[in-house]
Design a protein around this ligand. Structure first.
Ligand code: AMP
Length: 141
């Protein structure tokens, strides 16, 4: 399998070399808003351990990401008054993966509202800032 590339976008975000709208961080995981959200509040949860995808991540690191996704899911239900949550994880190009640092998408869903196609629209920075603040507040409550 292809080796992990430490210069992928999410590795740069983790190292603070690129900006992001961070919403959560602990010893093992980091979470930030997707800049091309498929729904309002679309969040990405990534491991701090360098892992390309589900095929190479250590099981314990994957468990940390799953735990982080649950934390974000519960907060997103409150923050965005959601009716449900979709969690996606894509591995390798054939699986739909575009950025090769493992990530789980946490997508707050509303009854009758379809997701936008992937990477179809870059969100306004101000809107992302407001949504990050809502999620951070819900994580604290
Ligand atoms: P995937 O197809 O699972 O690899 O999805 C990659 C996701 O990363 C897409 O939803 C993109 O919108 C998102 N994305 C790409 N670049 C950035 C970035 N700099 N900050 C936040 N999200 C990003």
């Amino acid at each position: 399998m292809t080796a992990y590339d430490p210069n992928n976008i999410f590795a740069k975000i983790l190292r603070g070399e690129l900006p992001c709208h961070k919403v959560y961080e602990d010893e093992h995981v980091f979470a930030f808003l997707d800049i091309m959200p498929r729904v309002t509040g679309h969040t990405l949860v990534i491991p701090k351990a360098p892992s390309r995808n589900i095929l190479d991540i250590a099981p314990d690191d994957f468990a940390h990401v799953a735990r982080g996704a649950k934390t974000i899911a519960l907060a997103a239900m409150k923050a965005f008054n959601a009716d449900g949550i979709s969690v996606h994880q894509f591995s390798e190009a054939a699986g739909g993966q575009v950025v090769f640092h493992l990530h789980m998408h946490v997508l707050p869903r509303h009854d009758g509202v379809a997701m936008l196609p992937a990477a179809s629209r870059k969100e306004d920075d101000k809107v992302l800032q407001e949504n990050a603040a809502k999620l951070i507040a819900a994580l604290k409550s």
